[in-house]
Each structure stands twice: as C-alpha cells, then as structure tokens.
Design a protein around this ligand. Sequence first.
Ligand SMILES: Cc1ncc(COP(=O)(O)O)c(C=O)c1O
Ligand SMILES: N[C@@H](CCCC[NH3+])C(=O)O
Length: 417
Amino acid sequence: MDFFNYTNQTLHAEDVALSEIANQYGTPCYVYSRATLERHYKAYADAFASHPTLICYAVKACSNIAILNVLARLGSGFDIVSVGELERVLKAGGDPSKVMFSGLGKQAVEMRRALEVGIHCFNVESEAELYRLDQVAGEMGKIAPVSLRVNPDVDAKTHPYISTGLKENKFGIDIQDAVRIYKIAHELPNLNVMGVDCHIGSQLTELKPFLDTFDRLIGLVDELSAEGIKIKHLDLGGGLGVRYRDEVPPEPAEYAKLLLDKVKGMDFQLAFEPGRSIAANAGVLLTQVEFLKCTPHKNFAIIDGAMNDLIRPSLYGAWMNIVPVSLLPTPEGKRSYDLVGPICETGDFLGKDRELDIQAGDLLVVRSAGAYGFTMASNYNSRNRAAEVMVDGDTTHLIRARETIEHQIAGEQVLPD
Ligand SMILES: Cc1ncc(COP(=O)(O)O)c(C=O)c1O
Ligand SMILES: N[C@@H](CCCC[NH3+])C(=O)O
C-alpha cells in the first residue's frame, strides 16, 4: 500500500493534495507521510516479534524531531552517530536506554553525554576508541556498555561509497583481530562487553550478504564464549534497500524469516539499525518548475530544488523517480528533460532524460527522498534549507520552517574597524 497516490489527477500525500502543500508552505519542501513511517517501523517490529529484538532507527536517515517522535511513540530505539543526534532523540522523547551509539570518531565529550543519559550501548570501532571510552567512563565513575563493530569482510554488493563491510573500508574492527580486542575490552575496568555489532553497507537488495555476515558473527560469538565472554545482543546494523526504480529489495518479513530460523535456541537479543527502509519511501521532495529552457541539443527544466536540497543524484549518480503533481496535459506536450537546479555546478541535477509533460510553474515530486534527503542538505550558494511538512491523514504540520537568511548568518561576524 502506498500513501502517495493520484486522486483526481493530482498527487496526494495521504489525504492531502501536494498542490495544497505547495500553496501553503512553498517549495522546495520535504513532505513526509506519518502512516508510511509507522507502517515501515511496524514491518520490522512485527516481523521480529517472536524473538527479543531492538529496532534502532538510524537517525542520520532523517532526523527531524517530529519523525523521531513518531517512531519513539511506537517504541523504537535509535542508532546515533553524534551527540547532536543524541540530543535530537532526547528532545523527541526517545528512550536513551534504547540508544546505540555508532560511529568511528566519537569524542570524549560525546561519550560523556551518552554515559550521563544512560544509553544502551556504544558500538566501538577501534582499539584506541576502547581506551578513550574506558577512561571517560572511569572519570565519571560509570561502566560503559560496549559492543565492537566488527568488519566481517562481506561484499554488500552495493554502491562503493555506501559499502562498509569490506576489509579495505575504514569501518569497524577486522574480524580476524576481533577476539584479541574483545579480550582487551573484557579486561578494561570501566567497560562491560554487551554485544557484537556490524553494518555492512546501505541499499542492499539481497539478503545473502546479511546472512553470510550473521554466520561469521555467530562464529565469533562462539569463540568469545569459549574465552568466557558472553554476548547479550547481536546487532546486524541497517542496510535493507528500498525501491527507487525497479529494485526488488526484500521485505523485513523475509529477512526475519531466514534469520529467526538461524537464531532458534540462541538466547541473545537481536538488534537492527534501519534508516533508509523506514524513511526513504515515507518522504518526497516537492519542487516547482521555474523555467523551461529548450535548445536543439537538450531540454532543461530549471526547478527550485537543487543539489543542496537533495544531493544523492549528484553524489552517487543515484536515480530518483520524478513525477508531476498534476497529470493534466499541458500545451508544451511531452518532452525529455534534464531536471536541473539553479546552483552554479554542472553536477546540479536531480534527474536526467525524463519524459515529462510539464510547463513553467508546474509542481514536481522527487519520490523516495525521505532518507538522506534533508539530512544531507546544505546551504551551498547561500540557499535556505527547505521546509519540512508531515502529513497525518487530512492534516498537515509544519515540522521545520523554511530557513531564512537570518538563520544562515546567525553566528557570523564582520571584523571590527
Ligand atoms: C552504523 C550504521 N548503522 C545504520 C545505518 C543505516 O543504514 P540504512 O539507512 O542503509 O538502513 C548506517 C548507514 O548506512 C550506518 O552507518
Ligand atoms: N547517504 C547515503 C547512504 C549512506 C548511509 C550512511 N551510513 C545515501 O544517500 O544513499
């Protein structure tokens, strides 16, 4: 079931026409569907209901506090990679005892705050980080719960920029070296070894790499057990892909079916850190055509959304589906367009060679933009970041006001005379 549908030739988010949202809040604008977010979270929670499982939504995918709050109300935990994301989770009413702290460069100040609020676990990515965490915890008179993020050397078969589980990647601890480092963690006085963690990459469209990873990690869990180190949870990270074009990624239920078969009789908790599979298809970027520029070589639709709003096409060459809000024919007729933003970069495009029947002033929607959309937005060319709107049935909520130039320059200062 999709909550973005055409009714009366006009694309709606749940029960609200996107044209109404553009009128009320302007463009470019991110629009999220609450029902979709909830459905995606529940797909995980229901699929793994028969085994103790902690679903920690990866905040980096879409970190607006309204999004986090919707998920927190369903009981979601959160995977964070910075103290900024932690503060967002707390502000959104998230439960710190369900927070996993990932990331390979945690600062002492970030560790301190996470210990202060009592997070579930630190996913530690190097030996040096273990020593820092032990020291910070010791200074605070606390015991830090830790997992090691293990790099299992499994090919996630995804874009090289978002593949993270190969031994040449910067992430995690080489599985060959893991037992040695676990023993150190076990000996350090201010650490409590809780689990094994991994995250092999993003936008995976097959289950096999996850299952291979699980098998390797179970081998490690057994080795650790022989050393007297008992694991309480096994965190398989995020990474389940979504459909942008014609991919057929597995559903959480298929993932669960295969994994739950494997964990039968095992007494540790499972954990996951899904980002994209919860947020991507719950959001769209709404943008308006400023001008059409048709030349003998190429037709351009110059739109008010740009690479600073949504960088995935420019950064990864990602293909994102772009559709008109209105299906009514225009005097221009159907043509092939490159959809380009106003930024001074040739790489500033959201789509290329798209057959569309559009005219200046029309609204377009970039589908599947809820994950790694707004969170990767910037102020390049001093553009204000877009507004964010959440639709809930027939109601809209402005969950982040469009930035203003005052927001942008707050904190800047000219030199004194
Ligand atoms: C450590 C970690 N966990 C979870 C995620 C979320 O991944 P995804 O959005 O592919 O589910 C990421 C991003 O790839 C990550 O780096
Ligand atoms: N930002 C990436 C995914 C990286 C995931 C972060 N670990 C994307 O848009 O596809």
